[in-house]
Write a protein that binds this ligand. Structure first.
Ligand code: GAR
Length: 191
């Protein structure tokens, strides 16, 4: 199974996926990262992918969403991608694009969906005063962070939490959950 990881920034979830291949939680015999695709040329995620010798491609989002998505679609097809993982990919994708990749595109989001969709989910959680936060891996559909949930992990919100401390606690769970779900999807395809 060929996995594409789409990134825009830091790339810690990409690192977590690569670590899972390194330590055997993901089996390179059944899946591999076939492409790391970024809309941001200087994303640290991209530098990491290059350092690890992964195939990379930069497609700047520019002003024309249609042209951007056509280029992304072509890149995914060129690399025979079976599963697209949005790992800190910070652009909304159009309903048309998502429909073409329906069932084959997943996202990791730093909240217990359906709470706190969109940007700054951890800040939203703190402002709402919840005592439990977490992360979700879900199928991507035409809405923003609305697709069917695949897996979730919860963490406590502690009294003195800041956006940074809560984000860091959630991120630990993202790094565990994302490879787990990718492994389950690979397994399901082989069953
Ligand atoms: C992660 O916390 C991810 O859940 C979030 O951006 C961060 C990317 O970190 N994604 C979203 O908020 C998408 N709605 P990373 O680049 O270190 O993986």
């Amino acid at each position: 199974m060929n996995v594409a990881v789409m990134v825009s920034g830091r790339g810690s979830n990409l690192r977590a996926l690569v670590s899972a291949y390194d330590d055997g939680r993901l089996d390179p015999a059944t899946s591999r990262i076939a492409l790391v695709l970024s809309n941001v040329a200087d994303a640290p995620a991209l530098a990491f992918a290059e350092f690890r010798g992964l195939p990379t491609q930069v497609i700047p989002h520019g002003r024309d969403r249609h042209a951007f998505e056509a280029a992304v679609d072509e890149a995914l097809r060129t690399h025979a991608v079976d599963l697209v993982v949005l790992a800190g990919f910070m652009r909304l994708l159009s309903p048309g694009f998502v429909a073409r990749w329906s069932g084959r595109i997943i996202n990791v989001h730093p909240s217990l969906l359906p709470s706190f969709r969109g940007l700054h989910a951890q800040r939203q959680a703190l402002e709402a005063g919840v005592t439990i936060a977490g992360c979700t891996v879900h199928h991507v559909d035409a809405g923003t962070d609305t697709g069917p949930i695949l897996a979730q992990a919860a963490v406590p919100v502690l009294p003195n939490d800041t956006e940074e401390t809560l984000s860091a606690r959630i991120l630990v769970e993202e790094h565990r959950l994302l490879p787990l779900v990718v492994g389950q999807l690979v397994q399901a395809r082989h069953d």
